[in-house]
Design a protein around this ligand. Sequence first.
Ligand SMILES: C[S@@+](CC[C@H](N)C(=O)[O-])C[C@H]1O[C@@H](n2cnc3c(N)ncnc32)[C@H](O)[C@@H]1O
Length: 422
Amino acid sequence: MAATYIRCASERHLTRESAGTLIQGVLPQDGQALLSRFGGSVQTVYLDPPFNTGKRFEMRARVGERGYRTGAPALALPAYDDRYESHEAYIDMMRGTLALARGLLKKEGTIFLHIDSRMHAPMRLLMDEIFGENNFLNEIVWAYQSGGRARSYFPRKHDTILFYAKSRSYYFNLKAVPLERAQARSNHMRRGVDEDGRSYRAITSGGREYRYYDDEPAYPGDVWDDVSHLQQKDPQRTGYDTQKPVRLLERIVRSATQEGDTVCDLFVGSGTTAVAAAQLGRRFLCTDQSPLAVASTVKRLSQSGAGKALPWGFEVEAPCGPDDCAVEAEVYPAISSYTVRLLRFDSPAAREAGLEGLDAVDMWSAGFVQGDVYRSCVQSARSGATPALADTLEMPVCAGEPCVLLVDVWGNRRFYLPRRRY
Ligand SMILES: C[S@@+](CC[C@H](N)C(=O)[O-])C[C@H]1O[C@@H](n2cnc3c(N)ncnc32)[C@H](O)[C@@H]1O
């Protein structure tokens, strides 16, 4: 007998206190609901929107145990479409989203808008319009070496991050982001040792000598060339196009927030901001329109392997995938626990892609449903470290009805009541 498909409005992955909320939604259309729940509560917003490139972006997904063992991506899945009807349509989307971001911020809040040379000029004007010219703080240049090398103009090797405050009483702490010593000292400076034996580098300007001691911290300026882009084989890589490195977000989160503050990313993609925020003891509020982005973010937040406690608790709100699958799952009671077995998953998409067995399942969890809220207890997710999916999970007895969540390689999230074997 097949497991019964049900709908849940939200998921709680909470083996401890919640570090944040992840919502699948389209902006700015879904913004009003966000504002009414979270308005005025966010300390900093980081936005890495589509850059109006006119391209479609993909997620190169590893599939099944073999895909994860070999590391070979098997499917190129559509992640997001960066084609707009017109320049105005793109600007309208960004105007609505930036206004929403402003509404989410506290009075002391700040915003970082990541953009490249294509939309930099209109975005600078839009930021002035929405946040006010007086609240402009920096135009950060993130310079990197990766990518192609143009020949008909100088290779474009930087992105721009526009940094604005909501008001003049904003929070910012440069001292929270000291540079590592090796990166901190510029080598065109003269080396010296003072009368106390302290080594320094010095530069003379306007007849005055400026000394930078090796034992004193140095801090980044507005050109960041010490944070490399993700390399092809970087273990952080999820396969999601346009993924940014965690180190970039760490600098932003550390400088603009304190522990316990909320960091918001309305275009979270593969989940970089959520991971950086959680790792640094901040809360997160993240959204994205793509089911693959939600799936990737959840996976990165849960990377602790089958049956182990999650590193952070978090909540997810995403539409359910369609009821078009054949699923078999069973639940067996023991004295103070349940054993849940996943026996079969078959969907039209899996069949079309030629996936067999549980290959189309990228992650599943067992837990309990109460009303339309699913509470996950244990989960198994494929990763390089755990390529095989556990087909059996044990969970303690909790309130509610035993339920499983299956996430397929396309990012669809579906809930089922397993067949009771008692
Ligand atoms: C450049 S990517 C973000 C990458 C991310 N910073 C990372 O490190 O993976 C932009 C994201 O914006 C999402 N997006 C595009 N338009 C959107 C919209 N109107 N509402 C919500 N999300 C959108 C896309 O699905 C995509 O994941």
